[in-house]
Design a protein around this ligand. Structure first.
Ligand SMILES: Cc1cc2nc3c(=O)[nH]c(=O)nc-3n(C[C@H](O)[C@H](O)[C@H](O)COP(=O)(O)OP(=O)(O)OC[C@H]3O[C@@H](n4cnc5c(N)ncnc54)[C@H](O)[C@@H]3O)c2cc1C
Length: 373
């Protein structure tokens, strides 16, 4: 029987970041069903940092996380966690109303967001087809996140603080008695702690059901990514993250190649999700329609599950009924960019029962993220 102060279920970015903060306050045990932490959504992300992405609750977390990304704690990572990229939303003639709405919405959060014309777009994207981009919106502050460095930084920090990670440890049953949780793993191992944190991503409601908590209605949605050769001539690594204003595709340079997605969001049961050929074909078709290059071949493809609560705000905090049980789920398409702030939020809620002052200054309030409805 493993004894701990905090049992965390799931070792994706959520579980790793929660463990990082909590390891300063007691013995953390992170239980991961797969052989490698990050096997599911965390290892399949795109991943950008964009303060204008998501709803208001998400934006507050992202802005609160910015300092951590720009200057992480000493020893957290070997290199920078983010690199400048910039995001360019493009619209064809029929999408101008959507572009107006997007501009108003993003400008609300970031004063540096601007409307741009075809000249600006052609300079950034030499191969764009003019009819695919008659106008655009430019977010100069969007950045690439080094997901591996972020995830490993949290795991390394957790271990340095005495926390432990058990892999191949699928929690199959949870039981609460005499002020302690007992987690039984499928392989027979057991662990005990007064507090459990559900960071199980797409499996969040299944883990909740094991603990006797009422599910919050998480929906896991498949998103597909392809890697294709860079077209020639290409403006090297300089292309911005380029997004269709209605989310029909996005692309960005990735290690000398192009990473692209058709922006799919198909509801799925939690699983080791694989790409669907129709989504791959859609990605290729939409890229070729917008850019003057032919996709020679798809070099790699994968899919990941982005898991959302109904209002697309993460669910973080104590369950209103079940004792010693904390939610840390619903990180949707923003779990990377919010991770440092969510780590601080769950640490504050578990240890002190309140939102840390540093997060309050960004308008982060417990009620926004607690169990709703
Ligand atoms: C294509 C794509 C693009 C994305 N782009 C971005 C982006 O640009 N910016 C951004 O911020 N975010 C992005 N995201 C979202 C981000 O990747 C997720 O929000 C984040 O990875 C979710 O992390 P998680 O730890 O909650 O889930 P996961 O990484 O899935 O981790 C959950 C873990 O729980 C484990 N688990 C489940 N049940 C059990 C059990 N019973 N016992 C033990 N372990 C269990 C699973 O094995 C899994 O490892 C993107 C996601 C995808 C798929």
């Amino acid at each position: 029987m493993e004894e701990a102060d905090f049992l965390i279920i799931g070792a994706g970015i959520a579980g790793a970041s929660a463990g990082y903060g909590l390891a300063s306050h007691g013995r953390v045990l992170l239980l991961e069903q797969e052989a490698v932490p990050g096997y599911h959504t965390t290892g399949r992300s795109a991943a950008f940092f964009a303060e204008t992405y998501g709803n208001e609750a998400v934006r507050r977390l992202t802005t609160a996380a910015k300092d951590f990304f720009l200057s992480p704690p000493d020893g957290f990572a070997d290199g920078p966690l983010v690199r400048d990229r910039g995001a360019l939303f493009i619209a064809d003639e029929g999408q101008l109303a959507a572009l107006d709405a997007l501009f108003t919405d993003k400008r609300r959060t970031l004063a540096t967001v601007e409307r741009v014309d075809t000249r600006f777009i052609a300079e950034k994207l030499p191969l764009i087809r003019p009819r695919a981009a008659v106008a655009g919106v430019w977010d100069p502050e969007c950045r690439d996140i080094d997901v591996h460095a972020l995830h490993q930084g949290f795991l390394r920090g957790l271990r340095r603080r005495g926390g432990r990670v058990l892999t191949n440890a699928r929690v199959a049953a949870l039981e609460y008695a005499n002020g302690r949780w007992r987690a039984a793993c499928a392989d027979g191992r057991e662990a005990r702690a007064p507090v459990i944190i559900n960071a199980a991503g797409a499996w969040g409601d299944q883990v909740a059901a094991m603990a006797g908590a009422r599910p919050v209605g998480l929906v896991a949605k498949r998103r597909t990514v392809i890697i294709i050769p860079a077209p020639r001539p290409m403006a090297g690594n300089d292309w911005p993250l380029t997004l269709d204003v209605e989310d029909k595709f996005y692309l960005k340079p990735e290690s000398g190649r192009i990473l692209a997605s058709p922006g799919d969001a198909t509801p799925m049961e939690p699983q080791d999700v694989q790409p669907d050929e129709m989504d791959v074909a859609n990605a290729v078709h939409r890229l070729e329609a917008a850019f003057d290059f032919a996709v020679e071949r798809v070099e790699r493809k994968w899919a990941g599950l982005r898991t959302f609560a109904l209002d697309e705000t993460p669910v973080v905090g104590a369950d209103p009924v079940v004792p010693g049980y904390f939610w840390f789920v619903g990180q949707g398409g923003f779990g990377m960019q919010t991770a440092p702030a969510l780590s601080a939020l769950i640490e504050g809620l578990v240890v002190e029962g309140r939102v840390p002052a540093a997060l309050q200054t960004f308008g982060v309030e417990a009620e926004m993220y607690g169990v709703r409805g």
